[in-house]
Design a protein around this ligand. Structure first.
Ligand SMILES: Cc1cc2nc3c(=O)[nH]c(=O)nc-3n(C[C@H](O)[C@H](O)[C@H](O)COP(=O)(O)OP(=O)(O)OC[C@H]3O[C@@H](n4cnc5c(N)ncnc54)[C@H](O)[C@@H]3O)c2cc1C
Length: 418
């Protein structure tokens, strides 16, 4: 019997490391359509900015695969799973048999229908090769239009700005990072971007990408035209699950798993951004496309594949990002309107803090600017601590362990707590 893992990123590494803790012998084969050993995907923006070299981006040392007895098939795409035969089919026609299979294929950029797609110089920004292609063009580029002001679009904007390229970001919502930030928080981040020289166009979208063979401009919904040398589409990322669905795997928004990371097919597991795994704040299943979540899901999948029963207790959506010197942390239900949620906010000196409560527990938080207390609040979210006794202090600048009830403080700080 052997284990096959589709995808070679953080969820795959979590699984390999977990399997090897239990079983040193079993064959593991990793198949990836990217030609690289595992790298830190979030660092592609630092690579494009010229701040990190490719050789510094490895997530594990190059000898990792050999040391762990893993066979790699890189630059090969899985196109189908035959669950009756227990094999996967690759794009070169090869078939690879599995005893147990992990699908860890991550996300793929969402590209809405738009006139002018298919030209050269239109990019997405989620892979090393995307960053390399854009990087190679930087010397010839004066102006780039980025469609989408989410985390990935803004990271690309910052990188290109750092390289001296003028950037215009076009966003359909009325603010940047609208999925996680409200108007006040988004406004602070947007001001920092604009102050640094990024052009932001909100409540608008690109109707058409202009140019002949290659993109050389965009036409916005309001008719305005912007000349540019390249376009980056960064509207969002969706689970990369089409071939899995066509092979009989149950897919809703992402691949549906139980809390052992098992799919509906026997001996087929899924982990990471491709997965719609258990969400412990809201119940039910949810795609939580962040790096730490992918590692933990991979690890839980790996343990269960190797016969050690472990449950994934649920993911917490959390992001920490710094844009033009403004740190932003979002956690949990940071920007959801619902009758059962109560929102506390504070804006002061360009700093923003938001706490979202459901009854007497915190279920979401946003910190912009001053973030030094974020870890304490996210700990309260993660452990669903009753905050009734400290409710009035949650927005205080100096909120801390001192505000915790004595028993909780002792539990958190141990012997040093008084
Ligand atoms: C620019 C950028 C910045 C980010 N910043 C952060 C951050 O600050 N914090 C954070 O927590 N997260 C961040 N993320 C998200 C984070 O990178 C992802 O959550 C994480 O990489 C998901 O890991 P994964 O293993 O599920 O899949 P992925 O990393 O998406 O990898 C999946 C792999 O599977 C391969 N694959 C797909 N289909 C097939 C197939 N059919 N056959 C073979 N191989 C296939 C893909 O090519 C890819 O190599 C960022 C992402 C990007 C793009």
């Amino acid at each position: 019997m052997s284990y096959v893992i589709i995808g070679n990123s953080v969820a795959a590494i979590g699984a390999i490391e977990a399997i090897r803790k239990v079983d040193k012998e079993i064959n593991i084969t990793v198949i990836s359509d990217e030609p690289y050993l595992v790298y830190s995907r979030p660092l592609i923006s630092e690579f494009l900015a010229g701040q990190v070299k490719e050789e510094m981006m490895g997530y594990r040392e190059p000898g990792f695969y050999e040391k762990n007895g893993v066979t790699t098939k890189l630059g090969k795409r899985v196109v189908a799973i035959d669950s009756a035969k227990k094999s996967v089919k690759l794009d070169n026609g090869e078939e690879v048999a599995y005893g147990k299979l992990l699908i860890a294929t991550g996300g793929t950029p969402f590209i809405p229908p738009m006139k002018g797609l298919g030209k050269e110089r239109i990019y997405t920004f989620i892979k090393m090769d995307d960053a390399k292609q854009i990087d190679a063009l930087v010397p010839e580029m004066d102006h780039v239009v980025i469609i989408g002001a989410g985390l990935i679009g803004l990271k690309a904007a910052e990188s290109l700005h750092h390289r001296g390229v003028e950037v215009t970001v076009v966003e359909l919502a009325n603010r940047v990072m609208a999925a996680v930030l409200d108007v006040d928080a988004g406004g602070i981040v947007q001001s920092a971007l604009e102050k640094a020289g990024i052009n932001i166009v909100t409540e608008n979208t690109v109707d058409e990408i202009l140019g002949g063979k290659a993109a050389n401009g965009v036409r916005l919904k309001d008719g305005r035209e912007i000349r540019c040398d390249a376009v980056i589409v960064a509207i969002g990322v969706v689970p990369n699950a089409v071939f899995a669905k066509e092979s009989g795997v149950e897919v809703n928004r992402g691949i549906v798993t139980d809390n052992h990371m098992r799919t509906n097919l026997p001996d087929v597991y899924a982990a990471g951004d491709v997965t719609e795994g258990p969400d412990y704040l809201n119940g039910g299943n949810r795609v939580i496309p962040i790096w730490p979540n992918a590692y933990i899901q991979g690890k839980i999948a790996g343990l269960n594949m190797a016969g050690v029963e472990r449950e994934f207790t649920g993911g917490l959506a959390m992001n920490s990002i710094e844009l033009f010197g403004v740190p932003v942390i979002t956690a949990g239900l940071s920007n959801i309107d619902s009758d059962d949620l109560e929102v506390l906010t504070k804006i002061e000196n360009g700093n923003y803090r938001k706490i979202v409560l459901r009854g007497s527990t915190i279920v979401g938080a946003v910190f912009v600017g001053k973030i030094d207390r974020a870890g304490i609040i996210t700990g309260l979210i993660r452990d669903q601590i009753d905050i009734s006794s400290m409710r009035d202090r949650l927005l205080a600048d100096d909120f801390g362990y001192i505000d915790f009830p004595v028993e909780l403080r002792k539990e958190r700080l141990g012997a040093v707590a008084k």
